[in-house]
Each structure stands twice: as structure tokens, then as C-alpha cells.
Design a protein around this ligand. Sequence first.
Ligand code: ZN
Length: 252
Amino acid sequence: MEIIFFHSKSQRRNVGFLLFFPVLFLACYREPVTIIEGVEVPLTPDILSHEKIDSVIDGFEKIKFFELDTAYISYSDPLDKFEKKLKKLEYSIVKGRDVFKKIVGPFRVMHFLSHDKYYSANLNNVDANLEQYWLVDKKMLHMLLDLILELERLGYDKYGFMVRCGHRNPRCNIASKGSGQSQHQFGRAADLEIKDINKDGKSTDEDKQIVLEILEKIVDDDGGLGLYPGTMSVHLDSRGHRARWNSYKSPY
Ligand SMILES: [Zn+2]
């Protein structure tokens, strides 16, 4: 039996015509994406408040050091030196496409993860939903956001830097020749590469000095600042007390 909703053929034609456009739109519409490491990632707003940072971090399932699988513990801490310090901390479990989530400004979880074999295995097949363990201190991310907001307020390029590294488990820390006491091992540090902050078309020591001056006030007595003269790198951390160094080699 045929159910007829419309009184005449012309009414049916009109409705058909009106339906054509939304259907065509839905058929053609694709969510805007960006390509990262060969993977299509949806465009999402930048993270520009402390509350948003906290809610992304809080969204990850957590695991304690003693709950981690033993293969990961012996891989990530091969010298078996850090159990005492690491067991006080809570790891976030990052799975599959979680690595692409923005965590502060335009920077993503992947920028702050240990770049180890778990990281590569996940990126090689994000749909397998492989797990990685991540240490990150919200306070350090808040400091980075405060830097972004202050650069913007002063009229500079708020995103005129890159995040080179965040959490380094002890194995990654040895590989990158970090100090044995590096705050990166506890997720409290980030290394930045300074670009063209003052928008004059080049990246020079002037750009770096702008960043250092702002970070000096933000980090203050709550953490460490490594100046690395002669490079465009800066280290900041949220260790909870003041530390400063002005050498080429990092003591932290
Ligand atoms: Zn560092």
C-alpha cells in the first residue's frame, strides 16, 4: 500500500526540490581536518584557559606507578633508579588518537609525550588504540598558557615558539643526555624553541629575551628556567622552588 502525504504532484515536487539541497549538503560536507603524521585530525579550538587544560588532563584515565605493567617499568627506567620518586606520581593513560588532543594553546598531547617506542608504535597505527603512559604537571601547562596570554596582550606572536619536549621517561632522558635529576622525568618541564616572537620576519636573540623576561615573572620562585645562551632554546619547569641556570649544558 502506498501512503501519500501530499495532495498533488506539484506539492510533492516542491518538497522534493527543497529536500535536495540539505541532502546534497550533507553528502558533500566534510568536517574540517588537518593532517598530522599522515592522520586526519578534526580542527578543534585552541586551549586558552587553566580550566580547559585541567579538564583535558582530568579526562584521561589515571594509573599509579605500581599498577604499570612490569615490561613498561623495566623499559622506561632501565637503571631502576627512579621508583621512589615516580611512585608518588599519577600517570595519564593516552590511547590512540588521544595524542592529537590539544592541551595548551595549539599544542597537543603528542608534543609533551615521551618519544619512545610506545609513542612510535601508537603513531604507526592510531586505530589500534595502543596505550602510552604520560606524566604531566598541570602547573607547568598553566605557566605555558600564561606565557601565551602575556605574549598576546603585549602584541607579540603568541604562538611564536614550538614545544620541543615535555615528559621524558628515564630511558628517554638518558637518550637525550638530560641531567640525572631532570624535571622532564616527572612531567614538570618543557623545552621551547623560540621563533619570531616580535613579528619582524626573523628569529633572533631579541625574540628569546622577550620570552625570558615574561617567563621570569611567571615561573618566579615556583620553578626552574634554563636560558641556554647562544641557542633559541628555553627550559621551564614547575618543580615548586626557584632554580636558574645560564649554561649550555642543562643541570636539569
Ligand atoms: Zn629541559
